[in-house]
Design a protein around this ligand. Sequence first.
Ligand SMILES: [Zn+2]
Length: 431
Amino acid sequence: MIRAIRLLVLLGLGVAAALYLRQMGGNVEIAVGNLFIGVPVWLGLLGLVVLFGVLHGLLTGWKWLRTAPARFRARRQERHRRDGDLAVTRALVALAAGTADQARLEIRRARNLLGDTPHTLLLTAEAERMAGRNDAANEAFRTLAGREDGRFLGLRGLLRDAMQREDWPAAQRLAREAEATQPGAAWLREERAALAFRTRDWKEALALSPPAAMTGHRRAALALAAAMQDPETASALEKQALSADPGFAPAALAVARRQAAEGSPRRAKTTLQASWASHPHPDLAEAYLADEVDALARVKAAENLTHANRTHPESRLVLGRTALAAGLTGRARAELEALVNSGNADRRAYLAMVDMDAVELGDSAAGRTAEAKWLRAAAAATPEPRWQCLSCGTTHPRWEPVCEECGTPGRIEWTGTASASKGGAVAVREG
Ligand SMILES: [Zn+2]
């Protein structure tokens, strides 16, 4: 509307100017040789305007003709891009729907239209993998890894494939390359941690697992496993294991062994005591009493070890057994009967009662009756706790990082789960 008004005003002005010039009169004279042309001023001006219009039209037409191929190319590219994008979308839908053949078809179309871009290469690889053509998938991933803008995506795909094929050396090499491309990527950290677990590189697994992602017990087990692999840093790793879970007996035993070897037997005993206070374990008592030869000295040592949780079933058992060995049958009976009456006794307590009655009653009728009674109770009692693989159930003489029977790492646990804490309450130990 405004344009129309403006045009009308311009036309009006033009007509007014022409009329004004016509009223003014006057001629434009052009002389070429003998030829003499004379026109009125207004006609001359009109002729100039027309000439300008014609020239302008010719130039515009020429420019339009000259840029026509470029415009044609751009339009074709635009159409390819649009069709390519549509094919990519259809390929994504097919991938999500799990129709691998359709996805391959669409992504091949998209690749023809768009060329090799990180998108099309990645989708090619995913579609090929879904169709079970791993070689073709890896080919696409390798092409992707060769590009500056798609290196991480390519390495990521190749790494995943290497891990699936359980080709650990290749997986480790690819993980290192990917780390160099994209340092600190969260996904890569998880993959490298999984890789470290699979290759049983406990130190790496420990370094890559964030503290918040695992329980203290799991962290302790991992640190101790790392210590067993690396004698150079074993000392620090053992301490790390013990501080992550003060009740993890194998860690306490390792730290105490090292302290004793370094000439600090008192510190070793303190370590064992502290671990016993946190979570009593028969191996701790065995290590604590190992260098006590005299039976009465062993009773005293057992008292020292257990003073923090005297009424714990393990404490009562070690006190009862050492007292019995020293001939202190009254003490022994008090501890063992209290243990049996508490309902927390396992087979070991009943077998200790058999020993005690054998000492006290000897080979008499009463002795034989008592023995039969305790043996029956022992048969019905909970079996003694032991190191057992929670995956396959195999019993192990000591804690190990991996169950060699079934190959599962981190599943060997102490089966003595019910334990009375210092206050005498029953607590269940987390796995
Ligand atoms: Zn196992």
